[in-house]
Design a protein around this ligand. Structure first.
Ligand code: URA
Length: 434
């Protein structure tokens, strides 16, 4: 079948055959189908969806587009965590070293910013020299030696996802259960892991805005993982406000360091420890939830998790001194403070708008070739349910682009709703799916 016919079929809402999906994706990965036809198919999938068999076929062809790692020689449990994406979600950065210190092998393959959401790779690269493009042998050696290695999709691991991810990022085709499922699970299965915990975000800063959609995505991800013999669970967690306070690559790296130094925001720590406990209890089913949380606390209070992050940074070519001397990082030239115009309770935050504002400030890409300004971003100063007085600072914006900063500053008052009544604040951890 011609690519045109496959696009047409999906645009009409038909179910695609395994062969049609496989041929199309393989041809795109090789470069014989251009971006414009792939974009059209992505949009058709985005609008029409895919059933479980099509999603599985898409996952398989993306997985088979590259190599699969083998960690069967690792002495400990081999596991990973992955988030479906949110604003200020930097959990992977503190969690990977925590788990590594506790004996879990974490071969983490992460993504870049996607749509309005940030990406772990961009955050890591805010540390000068940090190399997320290790060759697979060096990465494998690192995971075997240090229990953790942090890289991105390579030309040889899920190259199909690498190309598709970048294309989805700029064609508004991210928010799709089959596309997210195949993207995440192809990378995770390729890692050769035994266990996986998924952080499925829900709320106005997530790709899945309702709990029902998040639940559907969680079930899709968990069933693919389990089908491949990986112990997989998911936590649905709230993204109706940014996680922690920092949004933007260096700011999030800095907040991750503070988390490992015992000064992390409460919400970030709660989600980090809850996800970590899932992995630790997969590794040792006799471990209680309380013990799994306490072990993680210990890695922070004894400094071992931070030491691990420094070591990994150094071994991946980054400058660990940057993480030890947080205040020396280059600052943006411009800064703007956004204040409450009346008093009351902070009852709503348009979290997705904050994510897109971050991109405008320079923290993300508008087109694939954009370069990121790692120092730009923002700090949110109040959280949902907080009492605020007129004039209180809600947000501080940072950018090297003065006109973008002004533009964003104009939009920000609409992002915050302040009401007279005390609002109901959504639970942080909404549901567990296994
Ligand atoms: N994370 C991924 O790796 N892929 C997606 O599509 C969404 C989040």
């Amino acid at each position: 079948m011609l690519p045109y016919q496959i696009i047409e079929q999906k645009a009409q809402g038909d179910v695609l055959t395994d062969t049609a999906i496989t041929d199309f994706i393989n041809a795109y990965t090789k470069g014989s189908i251009p971006d414009y036809q792939m974009s059209a198919l992505l949009m058709a999938i985005f609008i029409r969806g895919m059933n479980a068999a099509e999603t599985l076929a898409l996952t398989r062809v993306m997985l088979d587009s590259g190599e699969r790692m083998d960690f069967s020689a690792a002495p400990g449990f081999v596991a990973d965590k992955h988030s479906t994406g949110g604003v200020g979600d930097k959990v992977s950065i503190p969690l990977a070293p925590i788990l590594a210190v506790l004996g879990v092998h974490v071969p983490m393959i992460s993504g870049r910013g996607l749509g309005h959401s940030g990406g772990t790779l961009d955050k890591l690269e805010s540390v000068p020299g940090f190399n997320v493009h290790l060759d697979l042998k060096s990465w494998r050696d690192l995971v075997m030696q240090e229990n953790v290695g942090l890289i991105g999709q390579t030309g040889t691991i899920c190259p199909a996802d690498k190309k598709l991810y970048a294309l989805r990022d700029v064609t508004a085709t991210v928010r799709s259960i089959p596309l997210i499922s195949a993207s995440i699970m192809s990378k995770k299965i390729a890692e050769g892991i035994q266990g996986l915990v998924l952080d499925v975000k829900t709320g106005n800063g997530a790709f899945m805005q309702t709990v029902a959609e998040a639940r559907e995505l969680a079930h899709s991800l968990v069933s693919i993982g389990q089908g491949y013999g990986i112990k997989t669970t998911a936590l649905i967690t709230d993204m109706n406000q940014p996680l922690g306070s920092a949004i933007g690559n260096w700011f999030e790296m800095k907040e991750s360091v503070l988390a490992l130094q015992g000064a992390g925001p409460a919400d970030l720590m709660e989600v980090t420890f809850a996800l970590g406990a899932e992995v630790l209890r997969m590794a040792d089913p006799d471990l209680s939830q309380e013990a799994a949380i306490a072990m993680q606390h210990q890695t922070i209070s004894d400094g071992s998790a931070f030491e691990k992050l420094l070591k990994i940074t150094e071994l991946q070519g980054g400058d660990p001194k940057v993480l030890e001397n947080l205040e020396a990082y280059p600052q943006t030239r411009f800064k703007r403070s956004i204040q409450a115009d009346h008093s009351g309770y902070l009852s709503q935050i348009d979290t997705m708008a904050l994510g897109f504002a971050g991109i405008q400030l320079g923290a993300g890409r508008r087109v694939i070739s954009d370069r990121i300004d790692y120092s730009s971003g923002m700090y949110i100063r109040r959280k949902l349910g907080d009492r605020v007085a007129a004039g209180d600072e809600l947000l501080t914006l940072y950018s090297n682009d003065e006109s973008a900063l002004e533009e964003v500053a104009q939009q920000m008052p609409q992002v915050f709703t302040i009401s007279d009544a005390v609002p109901e604040v959504p639970a942080l951890i909404v549901e567990r799916i296994e």
